[in-house]
Design a protein around this ligand. Sequence first.
Ligand SMILES: Cc1ncc(COP(=O)(O)O)c(C=O)c1O
Length: 244
Amino acid sequence: MLTYLDHHASTPCDPAVVAAMAPWWTENAANPSSRLHRPSLEAAAAVAIARARVAEALAMASEAVIFTSGATEANNLALRGVAEAALERGDPRRGLVTLATEHRAVLEPMAWLQRHGFPLTVLPVQADGLIDLQRLAGALAPGTLLLSVMAANNEIGVLQPLEAIGALCRERGVLFHCDAAQAVGHVPLAMGELGIDLLSLSGHKLYGPKGIGALLRRPGVELAPQQLGGGQEGDCGAAPCRSP
Ligand SMILES: Cc1ncc(COP(=O)(O)O)c(C=O)c1O
């Protein structure tokens, strides 16, 4: 019998999740945004419940949740959305900081932003895979806009000291994005307590379906939409991006 052990890459969907989803694929396939008939209103109510549950898991309010197709999209929305919003409001800060051990879904949007005028600092990690907090403190300059550090590493599983990182970011007025795709559902994460402004997660890493994820956003964090023409997540395609 085959024993599947590659759960960091993707988890099987929990049968309870499949059962909870089933009616929404078959019996009620209405568009929750239509709002013109009862099936649509029921679908919208189910989406609201799902949003509240995701928010609760991260100790946030429902309004914080922007549903995406996965963590890759959430990371791109967070990084490119913050950078573009800063440009649009004339914020002079452009600096970005991240770790060499981040997932490509962070490193590649960061590299794209670097090519488009946002200076990037990629910090090495220590021999144990952990961030060097002193080095981080030195890298967060007055012109730094955003730091992105993952919660749990997808290769070696190391857990970064999020609370200390968040405290440093708050002290310096730097936005803190955390790719928590490998941590949500495995370790408790209260975004506010940890000082995290933006957090990415992925359904298929925590026994949910493939093709769903979320970006959670602390109120007041401005994001420019990266998908145009979809109002269902309030124009990010997400909840009002500019002033929540
Ligand atoms: C840390 C991390 N971030 C992002 C991703 C991308 O997630 P998704 O497949 O939901 O786009 C992964 C998946 O391997 C991951 O491990």
